[in-house]
Design a protein around this ligand. Sequence first.
Ligand code: OAD
Length: 230
Amino acid sequence: MRKIVILTGAGISAESGLGTFRAEGGLWAQHRIEDVATPEGFARDPKLVMDFYNARRAQAAAAAPNAGHEALARLEAGFSGEVVVVTQNVDDLHEKAGSEQVMHMHGALKGALCGTCDHRWPAPAVMHPGDTCPVCQAPTARPDIVWFGEMPYDMEEIFGHLSEADLFVSIGTSGNVYPAAGFVAEAKRQGAVTLEFNLEPSEVGSHFDDIRLGPATQTLPAWVDEILAS
Ligand code: OAD
């Protein structure tokens, strides 16, 4: 086995205290997606959207990686082949744990993006509507988050990794949001073995060759021990 491609979702950060989206009482029970996670919502009420991501940025900054993130960093450091993490998460807990090859397909709370010229720069702790772009000076700064209706980042590169994967692993994602939810079928079509980690089988659970149920802080360290010993 030479290449492992890992897709992560909110479930891997849940035990670090960051809420998931679709759980009872989760983020999408407290906020309407169309209000805080669409370009139209931002155009209607930029302050509401900035406040939502300012709060999440502060929460993520205060959070520590857990044993699940740490296990994936240990895998990348110790595996003889290549390990690529593709995350839907906008926190930086994979990086804090030491993972180096991490792609943020839904953007990052640490980033700011200019709605006029597409320049990206490190976000301040608190962003305000009308903040200006350091390059074109337009007052159109926004969080560097991929909203519903927008194209996720790095898709070409990610599909390239999927086509080379010997093993595709999905961790803590419900399989509700495409294109990420389609990665398992694509990896399988290209010949990868597929493995899911979750508390309960996801929407796309039947596509996986194997499923390991349980909290990621327990299941991932045990799996990484197995891979590194084999
Ligand atoms: P969801 O909230 O949809 O799903 C979280 C998944 O994690 C569920 O399947 C849970 O069963 C699982 N889970 C929860 N705790 C876990 C634990 N301790 N160990 C293992 N699994 C656990 O979150 P995502 O699938 O990440 O996009 O959501 C995908 C996208 O939808 C997000 O990136 C976000 C959201 O709308 C945007 O905002 C663009």
